[in-house]
Design a protein around this ligand. Structure first.
Ligand code: ATP
Length: 357
């Protein structure tokens, strides 16, 4: 399934959006870029909230806009969730949730309240009034309401940005569960690299009203000049499964040839693949595997590339034993002292990891 978008739009003298692209849609697509680059404008065009004369929009075989024909939002079967939750305060949580479901013809319903409630863990909150819900719970209801129209496409405009860090952390797993289980493609506007790293399958990088490039998450994390690294530095995302806690509470992550130990809170084995974020600054390299050291996570890796990134630093791209990419940011001086080079086997010492929940 792809979305073809061709549009040229001006907002005043300062801003022009010019897009002509064929966007693959499976899974989660993040629209990423600096404030004002046109992410929300593009999302509104896709939704049909912004009607651009002369634009063309095709969703698979369906023509949403071409020439004089224009399919309005409600006939595109799009689920929308914005930054600020838009629940109706005079309705109960349950009636808000079912608002779109009740208006969706039975023949078009593919997602139903029990599965959506379970996905978002909101069964116990259905009888509450809206003002009795926390910000995070309200946003879960907004997501549920959007899903229950059984949309062909979900558009999320910075759905987490109005939430505090703790609530964001609470909601992330629901978003990723929803992306994995609902089968509905998602386009999400964000300018937070950690949201992209946690949720996205591909990224549309935008700048000054244009699409710079469209990349898979893997490709976007594999280049040293990735826009994802611009503010917070380079990071790797490792995919793996979390095992059961050892006697001391640490939990294994990933296969034996690339095993890491985490102090993750939840207990019990969880067979869902998870993502682990490792900042390149938290990875050191050693020629031997040091034993008398407090750092617990040592991985044998092979150097693939070394890219200068700052005056005194380089980014070393390494392959782990299970074929994943791990980035280490070290000084040029260390690179010379250790005589590091592509193809070489070294040990990556990882000071800190974060399970992207
Ligand atoms: N209705 C409007 N009228 C005039 N200018 C607008 C309108 N909507 C947006 N703009 C301008 O268009 C540009 C792109 O805005 P847009 O909201 O799409 O950016 P964004 O990338 O989503 O930014 P942010 O991350 O801050 O939400 C901005 O310069 C904005 O000021």
């Amino acid at each position: 399934m792809t979305l073809h978008i061709q549009a040229l739009l001006r907002h005043g003298d300062d801003f022009q959006l010019q897009v002509d692209t064929e966007l693959p849609l499976q899974g989660v697509t993040a629209l990423f870029g600096r404030s004002g680059c046109g992410k929300t404008t593009l999302l509104r065009i896709i939704a049909g909230l912004e009607r651009v004369p002369g634009a063309t929009l095709r969703f698979g075989e369906q023509i949403w806009q071409q020439g004089r024909s224009f399919v309005p939002l409600h006939r595109r079967r799009i689920g929308l969730v914005f930054q600020e939750d838009s629940l109706l305060p005079h309705l109960s949580a349950r009636d808000n949730l079912l608002y779109g479901y009740r208006r969706t013809p039975a023949a078009l319903r593919r997602l139903h309240p029990p599965e959506v409630c379970a996905m978002l863990d909101i069964e116990g909150l259905l009888e509450r009034r809206i003002d009795q819900l926390s910000g995070g719970q309200r946003q879960r209801f907004a997501l549920g309401r959007a899903l229950l129209i059984s949309p062909q496409l979900l558009l999320l405009d910075e759905p987490l940005s109005a939430l505090d860090t703790q609530t964001k952390r609470e909601i992330m797993p629901f978003l990723s569960r929803m992306a994995a289980q609902s089968g509905v493609p998602i386009i999400m506007v964000t300018h937070a690299p950690d949201e992209v790293e946690r949720l996205a399958d591909r990224i549309v990088f935008m700048r000054d009203g244009r699409i710079e490039c469209i990349e898979s998450l893997g490709a976007a994390l594999a280049r040293h000049d990735s826009p994802l690294f611009a503010d917070e530095g380079a990071a790797s995302v490792l995919h793996g499964v979390l095992g059961e806690a050892a006697a001391d509470g640490l939990r294994p992550f990933g296969p034996a040839e690339a095993r890491l130990w985490l102090s993750a809170a939840a207990s019990g084995a969880d067979t869902r693949p998870q993502r682990l974020q490792i900042r390149a600054q938290d990875v050191s390299l050693a020629l031997d595997d040091p034993q008398r050291i407090s750092i617990q996570n040592h991985l044998k890796v092979t150097i693939e590339r070394i890219d200068p990134i700052k005056l005194q630093h380089v980014l070393v791209a390494c392959r782990t034993g299970d074929g994943q990419l791990l980035l280490a940011e070290i000084t040029r001086r260390a690179t010379q002292q250790l005589q590091l080079a592509p193809g070489q086997s070294v040990f990556a010492l990882i000071k800190s990891v974060a399970l992207l929940e």
